[in-house]
Design a protein. Structure first.
Length: 225
């Protein structure tokens, strides 16, 4: 017998195996008062999207001050990205439209952020980077968006455990973006962009392989009639 929605939520909230990273736990605490209000997960997704777009816009001028502001706005956006999902879980207000809205917001923020970083660096940095900065940003952003999408597909097909990321003391792989203020503080946007344009596609290739393995396992376990 499958547990009800309320039972599933209780298991999620009480079982240590489902506690998740520190930012998700904090987000859950902050949105718990909103459980029985008019606020929906889509409202929180919209706020997250606004902060993410503002972060991308702040990187466009390419100046030291604006880049630091963009990094801080991105931290807020990344944290808010957990609030809609946590509210959906504890309130039962989840929906397919909300799921795809969240996914589209993640992709838009990630891709535009890295493109904006490249645009902010400008053509003066093209020789040093050996490639147009905007192209490097687009490559990194699209690769990261693909990683997010495939992980969500893996979770939908095989459960949350199958898509679990590597973690250390409550931090997951994706939490590396919380370090972006240190990058901008030390004026390291250019080397960060180069590293992201190399590392993100390589990691995306690994996730593609993982995704294909999950598909094969599911097909092998499917009954043949």
């Amino acid at each position: 017998m499958h547990p009800s929605v309320s039972e599933s939520n209780h298991l999620y909230l009480s079982n240590p195996a489902f506690q998740g990273p520190w930012d998700a736990r904090l987000a859950r605490r902050l949105v718990t008062p909103l459980k029985d209000t008019w606020v929906t997960p889509n409202h929180l997704t919209t706020v997250r999207l606004a902060f993410g777009l503002a972060a991308a816009a702040a990187f466009l001028p390419g100046t030291y001050g604006w880049s630091n502001l963009g990094a801080l706005l991105l931290i807020v956006s990344n944290f808010l990205d957990h609030t809609d999902g946590e509210l959906a879980r504890i309130s039962g207000k989840s929906s397919r439209i909300g799921h795809w809205y969240d996914l589209a917001s993640d992709a838009a923020v990630t891709i535009l952020l890295f493109i904006a970083m490249g645009a902010g660096l400008g053509s003066d940095d093209e020789t040093a980077l050996q490639a147009p900065p905007v192209a490097l940003g687009a490559l990194a952003g699209c690769a990261i968006a693909l990683i997010f999408f495939l992980r969500m597909r893996i979770e939908a097909m095989a459960g949350k455990a199958a898509s679990k990321q590597a973690s250390l003391v409550g931090f997951e792989t994706e939490d590396v973006l919380y370090l972006l203020p240190l990058v901008t503080l030390f004026d390291g946007v250019a080397p960060f962009l180069v590293a992201a344009s190399i590392g993100a596609p390589l990691f995306a290739m690994w996730v593609v392989i993982d995704y294909r393995q999950v598909l094969r396992r599911l097909q092998a376990n499917s009954p043949i009639f």
